[in-house]
Design a protein around this ligand. Structure first.
Ligand code: ADP
Ligand code: MG
Length: 299
């Protein structure tokens, strides 16, 4: 079996809004790119809030420029992927997701799109705060599903995400809880912090979790709300706890995906797929070289 360049996908998903999905997805992409210069990273949002575009776009969109809606129709990101700020690729967001959602009934659509795309590297998929068709597509396409949990309410919403995985016959072992917006000063019962109690509850439910938790930081809030372009934690909040945490989390993700991200034969890659109730599925396939020729022939 010849060596294959890496191709993998991470989704960030939680039914609850405001838990920091987009902040996590966009900044994680930047840290991963910074830590592994040899690893191309592409961010794709299944939301229409355009935060990803505002963070990564190097210029205003050109008239008629392709976005995710076109890619969905073309079943490939090849035409729409752009190299953006911080060396991170991104897919321009669709003007609104309603139309796309109507074309996403088959939950394997996005997975096939990623497979057919001639981009070798890591895709980071940001999702909307729902468990509807587009989010289901992200869950199906992802090798790892990061589920941010900020409080008890989002813990219940995380439960819904795990049930969605179950319904989609996706191994729960592919999910990772990430504690976010942790207020280190919060004390629920005077003795034990909310953070520790959430950790204990997550362990009791048997959900996989990354060890790194992300603190609530006024600085991060300012980076996102300072008007115009959201700014990266790596470049604009060095020296904060969140910077150290994002770096630690990115290292944890890289270690977790080490086998998927190393050029390896397909057999080794298959071995790292989570073993769960559901049968393991093959890792993201590479687009066949011949499909470039096919694309030319179709023109
Ligand atoms: N670590 C953090 N500290 C403080 N505020 C944060 C942090 N992460 C995200 N936020 C803020 O929380 C709000 C929701 O974040 P966002 O990433 O948009 O969540 P989601 O995508 O889940 O709706 C934003 O105003 C963002 O600036
Ligand atoms: Mg969001």
């Amino acid at each position: 079996m010849p060596d294959l360049p890496p191709k993998a996908a991470i989704a960030v998903a939680c039914n609850k809004g405001g838990v920091g999905k987009t902040t996590l997805a966009t900044n994680l992409a930047i840290y991963l790119r910074a830590l592994r210069e040899d690893l191309p990273v592409a961010v794709l949002s299944l939301d229409d809030q355009r935060s990803v575009d505002r963070m990564f776009a190097l210029r205003d969109p050109a008239p008629g420029e392709g976005n995710l809606k076109h890619a969905w129709a073309e079943r490939s990101l090849d035409r729409v992927l752009q190299l953006g700020n911080y060396g991170v690729h991104f897919v321009p967001s669709p003007p609104e997701v309603a139309l796309l959602k109507a074309r996403a009934e088959d939950p394997a659509t996005l997975r096939r799109i990623l497979e057919r795309t001639h981009f070798e590297g890591l895709f980071v998929l940001d999702t909307k705060s729902d468990l509807e068709a587009l989010t289901e597509n992200a869950l199906h396409a992802a090798d790892r599903i990061l589920v941010p949990v900020a409080d008890w309410a989002s813990l219940d919403e995380a439960g819904k995400t795990f049930r969605a995985l179950d319904r989609g016959r996706i191994a729960a072992q592919r999910a990772r809880i990430v504690l976010t917006l942790v207020d280190r000063r919060t004390r629920v019962d005077g003795a034990r912090g909310l953070h520790e109690r959430l950790e204990a509850e997550i362990a009791a439910r048997g959900w996989p979790r990354y060890a790194t938790a992300l603190s609530r930081s006024p600085r991060v809030e300012t980076l996102n709300s300072g008007g115009g372009r959201p700014r990266s934690i790596l470049h604009h909040a060095r020296g904060t706890a969140v910077h150290a945490e994002m770096r630690a989390l990115a290292e944890e993700v890289l270690a977790d995906l080490a086998e998927l991200l190393a050029p390896a034969d397909a057999g080794a890659r298959a071995a790292v797929w989570g073993r769960g109730a559901a049968p393991p599925r093959p890792p993201l396939a590479r687009a066949r070289a011949t499909s470039i020729l096919e694309a030319f022939r179709r023109r």
